[in-house]
Write a new protein. Structure first.
Length: 290
């Protein structure tokens, strides 16, 4: 079949019969072919979620997909988004002192595993902090937070926001960026800022979670990738994983063992977001599998 482009549509609406049929018919009549379709009926919230991957099969297909979808969206009062798979999402990476997640994301990007365009790196630490990394010609922005200045944090965040806007960043990834975003910046980045927290949330929120875990004597440590909200480490969870530890592990060994968990959890969450597999469901997410 001769195809010219592929798209991902994600939609959510109140559940009722006929949603998938209506969308599928609109796509078919518009000259598109469905490659993959996934849906979830949340019987508790009575919300319905759909992810459809489809291709253009006719040269004269109605590629104004929003126009194609408008009557269906109105009929079912649905929120939806369409992504053209040919367009790489623009991603801004943010980091503080620990760069293992940044290094991992850059490797996965350079090897093609993460289909994205890295538009910049922001850090509250200077570039030479990452002397062992190849940052190439990625724009690097050293934005320290002057906590002694009355508006130090606000001024730094204003520069962050300027960079988000000027770079056209569609996704911001906090790759162990260890500054708490203000309510204002969290709101501006709602649904498009992913953080990696180095614990199996909701356990051990906040700072130094491995030391909290050590003091608690847990037998599992983990990492959690979540969307950032004003409420620290309370945002909708995208991905998590854990590893078994023992009484022999010191806090330093937990930090070391945790790095691998953080890397794979964050990379998975970023990929799920880039592939349009994540839909917000209140304070939770729906993550459609590969
Ligand atoms: N609004 C939000 N901002 C951030 C979140 C979030 O969920 N909502 N996640 C954090 C990451 N994080 C844990 O994963 C975290 C980062 C920072 C701190 C903290 O106590 N920071 C201190 C300063 C620490 C320093 O300067 O070294 C602070 O900001 O006062 C706790 C948890 C990223 N931001």
């Amino acid at each position: 079949m001769n195809t010219t482009s592929e798209y991902i549509i994600r939609l959510a609406c109140a559940n009722r019969p006929g949603i998938v049929a209506a969308v599928a018919t609109a796509l078919f009549e518009g000259g598109f072919n469905i490659l993959d379709s996934q849906q979830f009926d949340d019987t508790v919230s009575d919300r319905f979620f759909v992810r459809i991957h489809f291709e253009q099969t006719r040269a004269d297909a109605d590629i104004d997909i929003n126009a194609l979808m408008a009557p269906v969206a109105a009929r079912f009062d649905m929120q939806y988004s369409v992504h053209d798979c040919r367009k790489l999402r623009r991603v801004l990476l943010m980091v503080s002192k620990f760069d293992h997640c940044l290094a991992d994301l850059l490797y996965r990007w350079r090897t093609g595993e993460l289909a994205m365009e890295v538009v910049g790196i922001v850090s509250n630490h200077p570039r030479d902090t990452y002397a062992q990394l190849n940052l190439g010609d990625i724009p690097f922005h050293h934005l320290p937070v002057d906590k002694a200045a009355p508006n130090g944090k606000a001024e730094q965040e204003a520069r962050v926001w300027d960079i988000v806007q000027s770079s056209g960043a569609e996704l911001v990834v906090l790759a162990r960026y260890m500054q708490i975003l203000s309510d204002d910046l969290s709101a501006k980045l709602s649904g498009r800022c992913i953080n990696i927290h180095h614990s199996f949330l909701p356990g051990f929120k906040g700072a130094r979670p491995y030391h909290q875990a050590y003091e608690r004597g847990v037998k599992l440590i983990g990492a959690t990738a979540h969307y950032v909200t004003a409420d620290l480490d309370e945002g909708p969870i995208i991905e998590q994983d854990v590893e078994r530890i023992s009484h022999r592990d010191t806090p330093e060994q937990l930090v070391r063992r945790g790095r691998d968990i953080e890397r794979r959890v964050l990379a998975s969450a970023v990929r799920y977001h880039l592939e349009g597999r994540v839909l917000l469901n209140g304070h939770k997410t729906v993550v459609f599998p590969e």
